[in-house]
Design a protein around this ligand. Structure first.
Ligand code: GDP
Length: 348
């Protein structure tokens, strides 16, 4: 067998060159359909690419993948840094693969561009899952905007499903609008919380309670167990104040510990119950259809914005307009009109 040692430098170079060989869309599609994780990773890289020549290929690949039937479940998981998202996903993920499921873990981290690498989906924090043949973990794509990052993740979901993953977990940290973005691409949205020193509801972001299908108080172990149980009651009471959800589901609160591995299977059972309820009402399908429409509109917004800011006339005048606006020499609305007019002229 040829190892790197006995193939010599030339051999190694050839191996490297061979590895870099671009796969055709057909090869990528076939590899994804076969559930080949290495090819799935390369397919996602293509979808994440911002190079113009990759765009058409990526679109064809996604369309091919959309044609593959999937009965997957998409689950969003959010919570502040340190709440235990990675630890929770590691335990939930291995529990699910233990039940014979195939689990993909993706992440939406709008800070990944700034920090040069995602703080989420870090493989070293999911040591068991990363070795699991039935799991696939992918860190957050980077991007200039949350819209861009979210679009790439959403398309990766489609690829993972075509590769036969039954459950897609999407992790996000509550930065900016990232929770809204993830909420609009999943079937079930789970908020992880910690029990605090009393007022549990303080500091909770507006809108997040409405989005959550369940709240799990993590780190319910050791000295913290009692506090977690008290927090659970407080959240249950708080949730009763919200109007019933359109999907007919009453959000649940539970406690869990990723360290003791308690309360995890109960959360999975609750998700199954959620799916039964929302599928019965026809909400599950309707929600996915609405999400598709939402993403169409989002993508149009994103593309229009991109096109606008890349136009040379806009680049030329934007700085000047910003300066004038800051000095009150022109109103922001008038300045926007000036830029739009310059842009329209360039388009002609
Ligand atoms: P993330 O930033 O939300 O992904 O949080 P991590 O999963 O990295 O966990 C942050 C810290 O909390 C780590 O030191 C974990 O070991 C710890 N941790 C996570 N889950 C639990 C838990 O259920 N109980 C306890 N006691 N510690 C936990």
């Amino acid at each position: 067998m040829g190892t790197e040692k006995n193939t010599g430098t030339k051999g190694v170079l050839q191996v490297k060159k061979h590895r870099k060989k671009k796969l055709s869309v057909e090869e990528l599609t076939q590899g994804v359909f076969n559930g080949n994780k290495a090819i799935l990773a390369r397919a996602i890289t293509l979808v994440e690419s911002t190079r113009n020549e990759d765009l058409t290929k990526a679109h064809t690949l996604i369309e091919n993948c959309l044609s593959k039937e999937s009965k997957s479940i998409r689950i969003g998981i959010t919570g502040v840094p340190g709440v235990g998202k990675s630890s929770f996903i590691e335990v939930l993920g291995t529990t699910l693969t233990g039940l014979g499921k195939k689990v993909a873990v993706l992440a939406v981290d709008p800070t990944s561009t700034r920090s040069k690498g995602s703080i989420l989906g870090d493989k070293t924090r999911m040591q068991e899952l990363v070795k699991d043949p039935n799991a696939f973990i992918r860190p957050s794509p980077s991007g200039e905007t949350l819209g861009g990052v979210a679009r790439k993740t959403r398309e990766s979901v489609i690829l993972c499903e075509a590769a036969g993953f039954d459950i897609v977990l999407i992790e996000t940290v509550g930065v900016g609008q990232s929770e809204t973005a993830v909420h609009s691409m999943v079937d079930f949205f789970l908020l992880l919380k910690l029990s605090g020193a009393g007022d549990e509801l303080q500091g909770i972001k507006r809108g997040i309670m409405e989005m959550a299908d369940a709240i799990a108080i993590n780190k319910a172990d050791g000295d913290n167990l009692k506090r977690a149980q008290r927090a659970k009651v407080e959240f249950q009471k708080a949730l009763q104040l919200y109007p019933p959800k359109e999907n007919g589901w009453i959000p649940k609160v539970s406690t869990c510990s990723a360290i003791d591995k308690t309360g995890i299977i109960e959360i999975w059972e609750m998700i199954i119950q959620f799916l039964e309820t929302t599928k019965d009402h026809g909400y599950f399908e309707k929600n996915r259809q609405n999400q598709n429409k939402y993403w169409l509109m989002q993508t149009i917004d994103e593309l229009l914005k991109q096109q606008f800011y890349r136009a040379s006339s806009v680049k030329k005048h934007l700085e000047n307009m910003l300066q004038q606006v800051s000095e009150d020499k022109i109103s922001p609305f008038r300045a926007a009109e000036v830029l739009m007019a310059a842009y329209r002229k360039e388009l002609k």
